[in-house]
Ligand binder design. Structure first.
Ligand code: THU
Length: 162
């Protein structure tokens, strides 16, 4: 038996003030777009902005439903919009923020498992890493080099071709 390790590192910033102008603007827009979430059940509003390689910005927010399981996360709403509007343009960086009506928004949240899988598929499809900026309405900001790092030992299309 041997043991394998998976190393994961990410950048931690004290606040949005420490980011580059481009990253700060993307996170600021993600914070603002949380207002467009439809979250009458969880009261947890998530906003995502994506900066594409052609300079376009695409946004997404979570969209819930009275039939709870069919609600959509903000990340996948954004990916569907990007794929529909600019199918061949890679995503350079995304920013994810949230507004929690039942609590604070003072620390970063990271994408759920389904969204991690979807982000990885998008990276693979367009052969381009997606940088991720995570931050609440206030507080520390994390930056992750590429979405695939959030999903070690992932299931990919490679398995289907064997
Ligand atoms: N949600 C997202 O939109 N993205 C995430 O990364 C985590 C969770 C949404 C789903 C649901 O509408 C609400 O947040 C509470 O789980």
């Amino acid at each position: 038996m041997i043991k394998e390790d998976f190393a994961f590192s990410y950048e931690v910033y004290d606040s949005i003030e420490e980011l580059t102008a481009e990253d700060a603007s993307l996170l600021s827009e993600a914070r603002k777009v949380t207002k467009n979430a439809y979250a009458p059940y969880s009261h947890f509003r998530v906003g995502v902005t994506a900066l594409l390689e052609n300079g376009e910005i695409v946004k997404g927010t979570n969209q819930e439903n009275a039939s709870f399981p069919i609600g959509l996360c903000a990340e996948r709403v954004m990916l569907a919009a990007a794929a529909s509007m600019f199918p061949d343009v890679p995503i350079k960086t995304i920013a994810i923020s949230y507004d929690n009506e039942n609590g604070e928004s003072t620390h970063p949240i990271s994408p759920c498992g389904i969204c991690r899988q979807s982000l990885l598929e998008y990276e693979t499809k367009l052969k381009h890493p997606i940088r991720i900026i995570l931050g609440g309405l206030q507080g520390k900001v994390y930056i992750i080099e590429r979405a695939g790092m959030l999903l070690p030992l992932s299931f990919t299309a490679n398995e289907l071709n064997t």
